[in-house]
Design a protein around this ligand. Structure first.
Ligand SMILES: Nc1ncnc2c1ncn2[C@@H]1O[C@H](COP(=O)(O)OP(=O)(O)OP(=O)(O)O)[C@@H](O)[C@H]1O
Ligand SMILES: [Mg+2]
Length: 250
């Protein structure tokens, strides 16, 4: 199991019980700063639950979760809301606001969380959209007028609006065609690279092995609420755990 000196995220003995079901089982897990870490696992393993604990939208039954050196359980409601500015999140289906244009979608967090002027928001939104490869002619389109790949780009631009230190990707490539998958992969890598100087840690939750192995620095395997393997990507491919090899063959 990997541990790090000064991890971006650190879970210690985290247990989450729903009714009779133990979904996270005394799970301990460190995420290295400025790297891309993927958490793989079968459906129902507890991946989304783990992600919600990292985001602080779900509290553990027991155990501690530290993000950027802060124990999340010590934060009040208001502090937690403020702390969430550190996170950017790209959802599986981009989760854009349907009645907002691309521009309005990306501007939303800036309007909500900053005191920037209209002009400054407009400027920042244009930069963000251009940086993810959206051309000016598409700025005023609604999500329904964009392709799936473009929606992902707009979703990423919105996630990046507040310059997060932790980027979380939930199934970023699941259900996409191979070309769009490649595009999203490149986008994740470029995003991590472009933000390295001001610190960005990327965590990907996925069951798409091939897509994520190519771009990850570290890979963890979650099974029944426990991290059963956690290695640098090249070593992960040669894991001697039967379950991991089974998963890799899928
Ligand atoms: N709010 C909840 N209340 C009760 N049970 C829950 C809740 N959230 C998740 N679970 C249960 O926890 C288990 C793990 O769910 P989770 O969504 O974390 O899995 P997952 O690994 O993300 O799966 P998938 O790959 O299908 O998205 C499931 O058995 C689910 O039914
Ligand atoms: Mg899930």
């Amino acid at each position: 199991m990997l541990t790090f000196q000064n991890p971006a995220i650190s879970l210690k003995n985290v247990t989450k019980i729903f009714g009779e079901q133990t979904v996270l089982d005394s799970l301990s897990f460190d995420v290295e700063r400025n790297k891309i870490t993927t958490i793989l696992g079968f459906s129902g393993a507890g991946k989304s639950t783990l992600l919600k604990h990292i985001l602080g939208i779900m509290q553990p039954t027991s155990g501690t979760i530290e993000v950027l050196g802060k124990d999340l359980s010590t934060l009040g409601k208001v502090e937690l809301r403020e702390f969430r500015r550190n996170y950017g999140m790209l959802f599986q289906y981009a989760a854009l606001f349907d009645s907002f244009t691309a521009e309005e979608n990306v501007g939303f967090p800036l309007k909500e969380f900053t005191k920037l002027s209209k002009e400054d928001i407009h400027k920042r939104v244009s930069e963000l959209l251009i940086s993810v490869g959206i051309k000016e002619e598409s700025f005023t389109r609604l999500p329904s007028e964009l392709s799936g790949g473009m929606r992902k780009r707009v979703g990423l631009a919105r996630a990046l609006a507040l310059s997060p230190h932790i980027m979380l990707y939930d199934e970023p490539t699941t259900g996409l065609d191979p070309i769009t998958t490649k595009m999203v992969n490149n986008l994740i890598v470029d995003t991590a690279k472009n933000h390295k100087d001001r610190e960005m840690t990327s965590v990907i939750i996925s069951h798409d092995v091939r897509a994520t192995l190519e771009i990850s620095d570290y890979v963890a395997f979650l099974d029944r609420g426990k991290i059963v393997e956690y290695l640098p990507v090249d070593e992960f491919k040669n894991s001697d755990k039967e379950l991991v090899q089974e998963f890799l063959k899928l």
